[in-house]
Design a protein around this ligand. Structure first.
Ligand SMILES: [Zn+2]
Length: 366
């Protein structure tokens, strides 16, 4: 089954369980005259709604690319998670308001044993469905599912608190619903803000996952012709569509035909294994003469002494023109131009007649 079908299936389970809970809790809440239980039911209704949003979002995000949106609609998923985060935030604020009111104006609820059993069953159902939805979300890299799964787990805690408060009120006639409600509302609001931040960070464009970039780079470097893979840069159009580029260092005497075959093989293997559409760029590397080696070594020493320089790669010595080319990856916290000028001036001290053609690369992936 493909990813979007699995997301829809998981969400349908969420809708079903929540609607059943809404019916039971409404019944219990009205019978026992408990605002906490009625609010709990309303909360479950909003969870069913968030699952419906996930389904609609997944359907929209799964549309085929067209002329206007050639990279597809995958980023709609981030908007869906944002919408769900707003719902969670709203639920947290509402329950905070109600809980504060309950502290100010306590109201005795009248629970029966049957209603407690129904609430307990509701907690168990929420725990199970929450773990299932969150697990599926992590497996399918769906923020929306992870968000609604975590939300369900919070609801289970919320319902547990309601249940405990109901028990205490039955046994000792003490009303704790309000205080518990305030504490839980705080957690729900915090979770809502975190979900919102995560979705906004994805929309802004964040650093690619180490769990993807490290094995991907290892695969590219596993070809015997490749001396090194650098500048791996990945962009995504939703969790399921990732495109990017990488630079590989190859012997400068390889022919276009050989490079063509190699880079095509790399792209095909990367797509097959990771689903990433990768363009492969080429750096030439050569066995340089003694002078070229000395420059390369001096450069590597300078880099080793400079913590703000993360990497040097793509060194190429053009003996005839007396020019050296290389790329520097400078940490984001440093001023790259100043760092580069310092490196060049140190090299020029020893080799005043050599021309340097450096390229500044960004630290875009691990
Ligand atoms: Zn580079």
């Amino acid at each position: 089954m493909d990813r979007s079908k699995q997301i829809v299936k998981t969400s349908l389970v969420g809708v079903g369980v929540n609607l059943i809970l809404v019916a039971f809790k409404m019944f219990v809440g009205l019978a026992a005259n408990s605002i906490a239980v009625i609010l709990d039911a309303v909360n479950n209704l909003s969870d069913a709604l968030s699952s419906v949003i996930t389904i609609v979002g997944t359907k929209l995000a799964g549309r085929r690319p067209d002329k206007k949106h050639p990279y597809g609609y995958g980023r709609i998923e981030y908007l869906t998670s944002m919408l769900i985060a707003v719902l969670v935030l709203f639920a947290g604020l509402t329950s905070l308001k109600e809980s504060v009111e309950k502290i100010l104006h306590p109201e005795a609820a009248d629970y029966s044993l049957v209603s407690l059993i129904i609430l307990a069953a509701g907690v168990a159902a929420k725990l199970l469905v929450g773990r299932y939805v969150k697990g599926q979300g992590q497996k399918l890299k769906s923020q929306a599912l992870v968000a609604s799964g975590s939300d369900a787990l919070f609801d289970a805690i919320l319902s547990t608190a309601t249940l405990v408060a109901a028990g205490i009120s039955m046994l000792w006639g003490l009303s704790l619903e309000g205080i518990l409600g305030v504490i839980i509302s705080g957690f729900i609001i915090k979770a809502g803000i975190e979900m919102l931040m995560e979705a906004l960070s994805s929309i802004t464009g964040d650093r690619a996952d180490k769990e993807l970039t490290e094995p991907l780079r290892e695969l590219v470097e596993s070809y015997p012709e490749v001396h090194g893979a650098y500048d791996l840069s990945l962009h995504n159009y939703g969790p399921a569509t990732v495109i990017g580029s990488v630079h590989v260092e190859l012997d400068d005497n390889m022919t276009a035909r050989q490079i063509h075959k190699l880079t095509r093989t790399i792209s095909a293997d990367v797509y097959q294994k990771f689903g990433v559409v990768l363009t492969v760029g080429v750096y030439a590397s050569n066995d340089t003469d003694a002078e070229g080696q000395a420059i390369k070594q001096a450069l590597e020493e300078i880099v080793a002494q400079s913590p703000e320089i993360l990497q040097v790669h793509g060194f190429y010595w053009d003996k005839a023109q007396r020019r050296a080319m290389f790329d520097l990856v400078v940490d984001f916290s440093a001023d790259p131009k100043a760092v580069l000028e310092a490196v060049i001036s140190r090299l020029h001290e020893r080799w005043p007649d050599v021309g340097f053609d450096p390229v500044l690369d960004s630290d875009v992936s691990d």
